[in-house]
Every structure is written in structure tokens, then in C-alpha cells.
Design a protein around this ligand. Structure first.
Ligand code: FE
Length: 214
């Protein structure tokens, strides 16, 4: 099987958020689809290992913030490459509360949902959510998963349904600086020999020292 064929599916980049008791938490998801329009219903696929999964299970509700092409890539590092079990991810981002669910301000729209059903796979839970609220926050194009890979140059966390191991996607290319945390590939105008000492990853905010030449 050629796993790269899955890259031909279209996805977005979303922050799926919920409450851990009263504490807002969430993670990045890309496998979200609308199931029907009346009553408006969506499905979200989420890895069992994501802390957000158990919090949605417990709270019975979640919100989806739809990231736009101009959303801060740091949101993806904050929500996609660390666990809400360890830190308060919402402490460092701007958000508003819809109903009682946290929604990212720097997104092009949001919906809030109550869980009406779920399906388990060996690795992921598919939550079926009936939409409670939804609105557009700014008129910017939504970030597609392809845009994230090609323009933002990010990778998938290992828990993502769309994750493909590095060795399966490697292609011949010149030496590059690659973030060891989130996989961001630096390809700025500066020559590749050395990154500036003050350089930090635009996605996960880690310092130059985590970058490796590939
Ligand atoms: Fe990074």
C-alpha cells in the first residue's frame, strides 16, 4: 500500500477544545467532517492517547476552532505538540468562551457541539457531535492540511490519523534544518549553514538547539 495516497484527501487544521472539569484544554485535529446539515452534525477523529479525548468523553461536549491561513502557526505548536495533561494550553493564547467552551480568537470560525454518539477504532475515537453554536470570526481562507504542509511546512504529530512516518515520505533534497520537536523545515532566504543564535521554531517556539541538519 502506498500511504502517500492518503495525502490526496482534503482536510483542515482545527483546534478541538473542551473542558477538563472547569479547566479549558484542547489539541490540534485535522480529521473533521460535517455529517449532515439538519440537525447540523459533525464527526471528529481523535487518538486515544490525546488527553483531550478523555476530557471530551467526560464533559460530553467540544468546540472546533477553524484555523485560517493567517492564524499564528504557534497555535499548532501549542496545541499539537504538547499535552494538556502537563500544561494549561489556553494560558498563552487569546480565546473567548462560547457557552462554557473555549474558542480560539485567531481562527476564521468556530462551532460548539454536544456529543451524541461515538465509535471506537483500535487507535482513535470518532466523536459525533450535534452543533449547538457556530459563527465566522474573520473572513480569511481556512487553513487546509495541504497548506499547512506546503506553506507552513509543518508535520503531523504521531497521534494524528494522517501521520505518516518520516522514512515513508522522505525525498531527495538538499540539506535542511529540521525542528526535532515539530518537524518544521527551515527554508528561509538565509543560507542553510547556520541558523541565527536567537532563532526559534515558528511553530513550536523551541530554540535553535533542537534543530538538526538533514
Ligand atoms: Fe518546532
Amino acid at each position: 500500500m502506498n500511504k502517500n495516497v492518503f495525502r490526496n484527501f482534503s482536510y483542515g487544521v482545527y483546534v478541538v477544545s473542551t473542558l477538563d472539569n472547569n479547566r479549558p484544554t484542547g489539541c490540534i485535529a485535522n480529521s473533521i467532517m460535517q455529517i449532515t446539515s439538519s440537525p447540523a452534525t459533525v464527526a471528529v477523529s481523535m487518538n486515544h492517547d490525546n488527553y483531550t479525548n478523555s476530557c471530551i468523553e467526560a464533559s460530553g461536549k467540544f468546540a472546533i476552532s477553524i484555523l485560517s491561513e493567517d492564524s499564528d502557526p504557534g497555535l499548532i505548536g501549542n496545541f499539537g505538540f504538547q499535552s494538556g495533561k502537563d500544561i494549561n494550553k489556553f494560558d498563552t493564547v487569546s480565546y473567548e468562551t462560547i457557552g462554557d467552551l473555549p474558542v480560539i480568537t485567531d481562527a476564521c470560525g468556530y462551532i460548539t457541539c454536544k456529543v451524541i454518539d461515538k465509535m471506537e477504532t483500535s487507535t482513535h475515537t470518532v466523536f459525533l457531535g450535534e452543533v449547538v453554536e457556530g459563527d465566522i470570526l474573520k473572513n480569511e481562507p481556512a487553513m487546509t492540511y495541504a497548506y499547512y504542509h506546503k506553506v507552513v511546512k509543518g508535520k503531523s504529530p504521531k497521534n494524528a490519523p494522517t501521520y505518516i512516518a518520516e522514512e515513508e515520505t522522505k525525498t531527495e533534497s538538499a540539506a535542511k534544518w529540521v525542528c526535532g520537536i515539530c518537524g518544521y523545515v527551515y527554508d528561509g532566504d538565509t543560507p542553510f549553514e547556520e541558523l541565527p543564535d536567537t532563532y526559534t521554531c515558528p511553530i513550536c517556539k523551541q530554540p535553535k538547539s533542537v534543530f538538526k541538519q538533514q
